[in-house]
Design a protein around this ligand. Structure first.
Ligand code: AMP
Ligand code: GLY
Length: 423
């Protein structure tokens, strides 16, 4: 079959890497792709939200399946767009329909879903410009730190955690009244702070059945010791050592099952990946957030551990036959370290030549913000390359990731040297 992947990050390079290994894949396209996907697929310069251009490409290249990487096209309804068009409705789209994508598109929608289905999560209330005074009063009833979340998509920046009550009130006003995050902060969810260690759980579903992929832990802060600004993710480890079998059973019974059942009962059509952000509070998992896609850089450690033919798995998702698939996982640990542009997640320069990628031997360089220019690889984003390695232990894998990163070079290159420090 011919397959199109939408996206251009390390996640999409990993999808392409895994799909390209399948005998079932004839032609592989990535829109828009990066320098990594260019080596194993055909890049097409189309935006992930230009649905008309995507349709034209699908018809021209006779594409049978579209795998959606990022949330934006899903929240904007790319799956519904295909279903509503006679010419392309036969194409399998991997990613939930718009109504279900609201789990990521609206924090309030997600909280209502969690409450409706009795899935453990932080207590919350939501507020608008008209109820800002009630928001101040609610903050006064809480213990610090205060967690404020813009309801809509805010490019990963919409969550603010503050220790001081007055600062929290000022922030609430700036979000609701001064539209700090634009329309994304028309509503704000204020929630109870959960104290614990975070991990991510990835679920595949065809809308009826589900399969659970390995857990992963992401390192979101730019600085060592989990300090400084939030980023898209600076590294990841899979499996998560503290996720014991007993804990994983709690995740499945209390969170995964009721989530998939809830989607069914609420008529939220879902063929795709559910990324559940969790926090371990004492010995119990609680949900921090849903994402309707795979994580990045978590994909760069989860997919390398998946032994199945990914195309067969994706087909089973599209055909509602996921119950016939046995997920097989590599016992080895996988780690990835993200190499980023100096300055990221604030302003940074682009177009820096990257050298040494070809010298990486016993690790996999998944390209993210990197593009081909003439025959050079140059930086084109904040997160540039994720270097993934395997090991019998996560410590061994991390060591190998770092040894290979030393072969890479570009001006103002930066990476965290402490991934895995807290495990
Ligand atoms: P989110 O975008 O919802 O994942 O939030 C971003 C980050 O904020 C999470 O990865 C957590 O580190 C933190 N966070 C979100 N909600 C809470 C909460 N209720 N308690 C503690 N930390 C939180
Ligand atoms: N690494 C976190 C995310 O993909 O949202």
């Amino acid at each position: 079959m011919n397959i199109l992947i939408l996206g251009s990050g390390g996640r999409e390079h990993t999808f392409a890497w895994k799909i390209a290994q399948s005998d079932q894949c004839k032609q592989l396209y990535v829109a828009p792709g990066n320098s990594g996907t260019a080596q194993i697929a055909t890049n097409v310069a189309i935006s992930v939200t230009d649905f008309e251009a995507i349709k034209a490409l699908v018809l021209e290249k006779r594409i049978d399946m579209v795998v959606v990487g990022p949330e934006d096209p899903l929240v904007k309804g790319v799956h519904d767009y295909f279903l509503n068009d006679e010419a392309i409705k036969h194409v399998s789209v991997i990613g939930p329909q718009k109504a279900a994508a609201e789990l990521e598109g609206s924090k309030e929608f997600a909280k209502e879903f969690l409450y409706r289905h009795n899935i453990p999560t932080a207590a919350y209330e939501s507020f608008t410009k008209d109820t800002v005074e009630k928001g101040y009063a609610f903050l006064e009833t809480l213990q610090p730190p205060y967690v404020l979340k813009a309801d809509g998509l805010a490019a990963g920046k919409g969550v603010v955690i503050l220790n001081d009550l007055e600062e929290a009130k000022t922030e609430l006003k700036s979000m609701l009244v001064d539209a700090k995050f634009g329309v994304a902060s028309t509503k704000v969810v204020i929630e109870e702070f959960l104290d614990g260690i975070e991990l991510s759980c990835f679920v595949l579903t065809d809308g009826k059945n589900y399969k659970i992929l390995p857990t992963a832990k992401d390192y979101k802060r730019i600085g060592e010791g989990d300090t400084g600004l939030n980023t898209g993710g600076m590294g990841a480890v899979s499996p998560v050592p503290f996720a014991t079998d007993e804990f994983l059973e709690k995740i499945e019974n209390r969170i995964v099952k009721p989530t998939v059942e809830g989607l069914k009962n609420d008529n939220l059509p879902y063929v795709g990946f559910i990324f559940i952000g969790l926090i371990k509070v004492g010995d119990d998992p609680k949900v921090i957030e849903y994402n309707v896609r795979m994580g990045d850089p978590e994909t760069e450690v989860v997919f390398p551990r998946l032994k199945n033919d990914l195309v067969e798995v994706l087909q089973a998702m599209a055909n509602e036959t996921l119950d016939n698939i046995d997920i097989e996982i590599d016992d080895r640990a996988a780690t990835t370290i993200m190499v980023v542009s100096g300055g990221y997640p604030e302003a940074y320069e682009k177009g820096k030549e990257i050298t040494g990628v070809d010298r990486i031997t016993d690790a996999i360089p998944f390209h993210a913000g990197a593009q081909l220019k003439d025959d050079k690889i140059v930086t084109s984003g904040g997160r540039v390359i994720a270097v993934t390695a395997y090991g019998d232990t996560y410590q061994e894998a991390i060591k190998k990731s770092y040894q290979n990163i030393e072969k890479l070079h570009f001006d103002k290159m930066y990476y965290r040297k402490d991934i895995g420090f807290d495990l």
